[in-house]
Design a binder for this molecule. Structure first.
Ligand code: G4P
Length: 533
C-alpha cells in the first residue's frame, strides 16, 4: 500500500451535531479524554468552565454560554487519526454549521433522551441526508428518567427519516440505569455511578439466557432486556455497515456522556466502522482522496482567534493527495501561487505546525486576506468544490458607520468579518456605497457589533429595510435577466461575487413575481447560481 493509501485508511473526520444542551460539549470532552488530547482528572468541571477549557474562543460565547464558532480537534484512537469538528448548535449560526458539514465524512447526532428529537437536530439531519453523510446516533442522559427507548427509536425514524439499527440497548433508565448491552458484540457494559468507564470494561456473555446477566443486573431487568432484544430483532433487520456508509441507516447507541458511560463503546464502534475520507464533488468532476495530486477547500475563516495575536486562520479540508509545508500550490480563484511555511493542525486547543497533511485532515492556514470561504487550492487544476453555499439570509439591515473618524477600521472590520462568513454583505447595483447586511439570525447582528468594537475599534449602526425574503436569481436568457433587474431595481441586491438577489416583502409577492417571470430561476442558496456560472 502506498503511503497515501495508508494515511487515508487512518483518517476519520466527523462532526457532532445536536440541539443545544443535548450534551455535545460533554461528549466531545469525553472523546478527547479517551484520545489523550486533554487530561481532566475525575468529574468534569462546571458547564461554563468546561466550555472555556475546550472549544470556545470568544469572550462573548463564554458570557452567553453558547458555542458560536466551529472548532476542530484532532486526536488519535484505535489506530485512527480523528478530526472532530465541533459545530455551533445555536440556531442563529446554522450557516457555519452547514459549511462545517461539507468538510466531514460522517456525523454523530446526540439526542437528549429526555427531550427526544429536537428542532436543530431535525434541520441538520436534512443537510446530512442531502449529502448522504453517514450518521451515527447517541441517545444521551440515560441516567435521567427519559422517554422509553423504543419510543425514541420510533421518533428518530419518523422525525429524521432515517432507518435505525440499535447497536447498544439500555438496561433500566434514570435511577435504575444499570448499563447497556451491546447487541452486535454480545457484551454487557455495567454502569456504576461516579466511576470512570473505559473502552474494554465489559462483561462478555454467551447469550441472553446466560444466568450471569441475572446476577449482574437483577432478574427483572434481565428479563426485560431479553424481551426488548427479542422485539428489536423482529422489528429491525440486522445492522449492515454498508447501509450506514451509504447514509441509509443510523446505528444507535445509548449512554450518559456526563457519566462517561457508553461513550467508549461508541468510540470503539466509530473507529471500526466510520468512513475513510470520501470523494468530494467539484463542479468539474468528482475528486477522490486517492488521487496523487493535492486538492483542498476553505470552509471556514476565523479572524482573531487569539486576541493577543491578531491573526486570521483559514480552515482547509484536504480532499486529495498530500499537502506539504513550503510547497507552492495554486489558488484557483485568484490564479495565483500559494505557499505556506506554517500550516497548523488542531490538537485540542493547541495549534502545532505540521510538515504534511493527508486527505480528511483539516488544517489551519495563516491568512492575510488571500482566502474566501469556498476557495479551492490545488496543484494546478482549476477545480471548484461544491457544497459550501451561502444561505439566503432572513434578516436584512442597512449598515452605516457609527463613527466617521474610524472610517478605515470600519471598512476593514466589515470586509474581514464578511469574508469570515459572520454576515453576508450586499450592495445596490446602482448605489455601491449603500451596504445591506443579511444574516440568518438576530444574534449575528449582535456578534458583528461586538466584534467590530472589540477587534477593530469600530462602531456600526443598523437601519431597517422592509424586505424579508431573498432569492438568488439567474436565467439562460441574459437579456431577460437584465430586463428583470431593471424592472425591479428597488428590489435587487448584488452579493460579493456579483450575483443578483431578488428581494420580496412577503411570500405572496415572491410567488407573484415568480409566476410572471418564467424565464428567471430563483434559488434559496447561492450554490445553484454559482455552479451554473
Ligand atoms: P451542548 O454542548 O449540546 O449544548 O450540551 P452540554 O454538553 O453543554 O450539556 C448540556 C447540559 O446537559 C449540561 O448541564 C451537562 O452537564 C448536561 N449533561 C450532559 N450529558 C449528560 C448526561 O449524560 N446526563 C445528565 N444528567 N446530564 C448531562 P448544565 O447544567 O448546563 O451544565 P453543568 O454545570 O451541569 O455542567
Amino acid at each position: 500500500m502506498t503511503e497515501l493509501l495508508q494515511e487515508i485508511h487512518k483518517r476519520l473526520t466527523f462532526a457532532i451535531i445536536s440541539h443545544p444542551d443535548a450534551g455535545k460539549t460533554t461528549i466531545t470532552e469525553k472523546l478527547l479524554l479517551f484520545g489523550g488530547a486533554i487530561h481532566i482528572a475525575g468529574a468534569v468541571k462546571s458547564g461554563k468552565n468546561r466550555r472555556a477549557a475546550v472549544s470556545d474562543f470568544m469572550a462573548m460565547e463564554k458570557e452567553r454560554g453558547i458555542s458560536i464558532s466551529s472548532s476542530v480537534m484532532g486526536f488519535e484512537y484505535g489506530g485512527r487519526a480523528i478530526n472532530l469538528l465541533d459545530t455551533p448548535g445555536h440556531a442563529d449560526f446554522s450557516e457555519d454549521t452547514y459549511r462545517g458539514l461539507s468538510a466531514v465524512d460522517s456525523a454523530l447526532i446526540v439526542i437528549d433522551s429526555v427531550k427526544g428529537v429536537e428542532d436543530r437536530t431535525r434541520k441538520l439531519c436534512v443537510v446530512c441526508r442531502m449529502r448522504h453523510t453517514p450518521i451515527a446516533t447517541f441517545m444521551n442522559k440515560l441516567d435521567r428518567e427519559g422517554k422509553n427507548p423504543m419510543e425514541l427509536m420510533d421518533e428518530v425514524e419518523r422525525e429524521l427519516a432515517l432507518e435505525v439499527r440499535p447497536v447498544t440497548w439500555p438496561i433500566g433508565q434514570g435511577k435504575g440505569f444499570k448499563g447497556v448491552y451491546n447487541i452486535l458484540e454480545r457484551r454487557l457494559i455495567l454502569f456504576t455511578p461516579g466511576e470512570v468507564h473505559r473502552p474494554g470494561d465489559f462483561v462478555a456473555i454467551n447469550d441472553l439466557a446466560d444466568p450471569l446477566l441475572d446476577e449482574k443486573v437483577g432478574s427483572s431487568l434481565a428479563n426485560r432486556l431479553r424481551e426488548d432484544v427479542g422485539i428489536l430483532s423482529e422489528v429491525y433487520p440486522p445492522f449492515e455497515k454498508d447501509d450506514y456508509l451509504a447514509g441509509l441507516v443510523t446505528p444507535v447507541f445509548f449512554g450518559s456522556a456526563l457519566n462517561n458511560f457508553g461513550v467508549g463503546e461508541l468510540l470503539e464502534s466509530l473507529v471500526s466502522m466510520a468512513p475513510y475520507p470520501t470523494p468530494k464533488e467539484a463542479d468539474e468532476r468528482t475528486v477522490t482522496p486517492e488521487e496523487e495530486r493535492f486538492s483542498g477547500f476553505i470552509f471556514k475563516i476565523h479572524a482573531n482567534m487569539n486576541p493577543r495575536h491578531r491573526d486570521r486562520v483559514a480552515f482547509m479540508r484536504i480532499c486529495s493527495g498530500k499537502f506539504e509545508r513550503n510547497k507552492t500550490y495554486y489558488h484557483v480563484r485568484s490564479g495565483k501561487p500559494f505557499r505556506t511555511a506554517n500550516p497548523t493542525a488542531f490538537m485540542s486547543q493547541d495549534r502545532e505546525i505540521i510538515d504534511e497533511a493527508w486527505p480528511g485532515d483539516i488544517i489551519g492556514l495563516h491568512d492575510t486576506g488571500t482566502f474566501k470561504i469556498g476557495d479551492t487550492v490545488t496543484e494546478g487544476e482549476a477545480l471548484s468544490f461544491k457544497g459550501i453555499p451561502s444561505f439566503a439570509p432572513q434578516i436584512f439591515r442597512v449598515i452605516v458607520n457609527g463613527d466617521p473618524s474610524k472610517e478605515k477600521q470600519y471598512h476593514k472590520g466589515l470586509n474581514q468579518l464578511a469574508e469570515e462568513g459572520v454576515v453576508q454583505i450586499f450592495s445596490k447595483p446602482h448605489n455601491p456605497n449603500m451596504r445591506v447586511l443579511g444574516v440568518v439570525g438576530q444574534l449575528q447582528l449582535e456578534v458583528l457589533q461586538y466584534r467590530m468594537d472589540n477587534e477593530y475599534g469600530a462602531t456600526c449602526n443598523y437601519r431597517p429595510v422592509d424586505f424579508e425574503i431573498a432569492h438568488w436569481i439567474d436565467s439562460d436568457d441574459k437579456k431577460a435577466l437584465e430586463q428583470f433587474v431593471d424592472d425591479n431595481e428597488r428590489r435587487i441586491l448584488m452579493d460579493i461575487r456579483g450575483n443578483y438577489i431578488f428581494m420580496s416583502d412577503s411570500q405572496w409577492t415572491f410567488e407573484r413575481s415568480k409566476a410572471s417571470n418564467l424565464a428567471i430561476r430563483f434559488y434559496t442558496t447561492s450554490e445553484m447560481v454559482e455552479s451554473r456560472a
